[in-house]
Design a binder for this molecule. Structure first.
Ligand SMILES: *Cc1c(COP(=O)(O)O)cnc(C)c1O
Length: 354
């Protein structure tokens, strides 16, 4: 399929590179492709960024049949533009699509669409250290119909947002509230798919945690509220008595690409990672025994987010004196080094756009 390109005649003023924040500014163009039952995905196009016109009865607005992705384009010091494992994001699109009965998208075509759009808006990619162009592909159900069933029409859209350095003032470990009231997902539900509904269900807990002075919520399993699942928008890792542990993916945890990369990276450097169930009691017992050496989250936005404190049922523990530990540091340096082109990509993780 050929992607048609219509350029804007009215380019926007670009924001100050030092004050980008996250997800506040959008580039001049977007990618759109339609799906119609019987016709498949069709009419891929890059057009000026603009509001969408949707029928008020369109299904996504009522039943939340929508999925999304998040990845970044990085400008290297040599001026090259790199993507980090974009095929993994497109594979995950299809896994999310399958769960929500949305038709699949060809992985190579999806990666091509991302690259073409990034090329059109290449001037929007910031180059200050730590900055990048955040890429948000998403799919919405568009049938104008109020009955409950999967839609017969969809839109696959990609928008771009220049974002600032996540750690402007150095890496500061976050404080995490262990949620034992609300749940995010259960096995058999949507937890492993990147759906908008997962975030809708997380907001209440997030607001309450923020109100109490915590950055994010650590989710426990939805049935026993005993086993650790993940943190807000990140997967989670622990170093206990020298062993790196991350919760195994059993259907309710989002399989993060940063999680996968962290496991592959550590394994390659001779540090095994155990994927298994780990309870919050075990974590607190390890801390009491002086064996909880490190805790950190992994996700595209921050790459690595060290955790300095947990609060579970009003019982607070501090990890590694509230400082980033050596394993988190090593993973952070290596992944961001590969993304920025400053380190050799021995894994073949990056793809060149330009
Ligand atoms: C996207 C996401 C992650 C992190 O995935 P990455 O591919 O590493 O960015 C973790 N948890 C949830 C709930 C997510 O939505």
């Amino acid at each position: 399929m050929n992607i048609s390109i219509t350029k804007t005649t009215n380019p926007k003023q670009k924001p100050d590179q030092n004050d980008l924040g996250f997800g506040q500014y959008f580039t001049d163009h977007m990618f759109i492709m339609d799906y119609t039952e019987g016709k498949g995905w069709h009419d891929p196009r890059i057009v000026p960024y603009a509001p969408l016109e949707l029928d008020p009865s369109c299904m996504v607005l009522h039943y939340g049949q929508a999925i999304f992705e998040g990845l970044k384009a990085y400008k290297t010091s040599k001026g090259e533009i790199l993507l980090f494992r974009p095929e993994k994001n497109m594979e995950r699109v299809n896994s999310s699509n399958d769960r929500l009965v949305i038709p699949r998208i060809d992985v190579d075509f999806g990666v091509k669409a991302i690259k073409e759009l990034v090329k059109v808006d290449v001037d929007w990619i910031p180059d200050a250290p730590g900055t990048s162009l955040y890429i948000r592909p998403f799919i919405i159900a568009t049938d104008p119909y109020l009955g409950v069933r999967p839609s017969n029409t969809y839109k696959f859209i990609i928008i771009l947002s220049p974002v600032g350095a996540y750690y402007k003032e150095g890496i500061n470990p976050v404080k995490i509230y262990v949620e034992s009231n609300y749940v995010r997902a259960v096995k058999g539900g949507l937890g492993y798919a990147k759906t908008v509904a997962n975030y809708a269900s997380s907001l209440k807990a997030q607001v309450e945690a923020k109100h109490s002075g915590y950055t994010q919520v650590l989710w426990l399993d939805g049935i026993e509220k005993k086993y650790i699942e993940e943190v807000g928008t990140m997967n989670v890792f622990f170093k206990i008595d020298g062993e790196i542990i991350t919760p195994s993916l059993e259907g309710s945890i989002l399989p993060g690409i940063t999680r996968m990369s962290t496991i592959e990276l550590l394994k390659k450097s001779g540090i095994p990672v155990t994927e298994r169930r780990i309870s919050i009691e075990e974590l607190y017992a390890a801390h009491a025994a002086g064996k909880l050496d490190e805790a950190f989250g992994t996700g595209t936005a921050a790459v690595i987010s060290p955790i300095g404190e947990f609060n579970w049922n009003e019982n607070s523990i501090t990890v590694n004196e509230g400082k980033i530990g050596p394993v988190a540091s090593k993973v952070y340096e290596t992944i961001t080094g590969i993304q920025s082109g400053d380190m050799e990509d021995a894994f073949g993780w990056t793809q060149k756009v330009l």
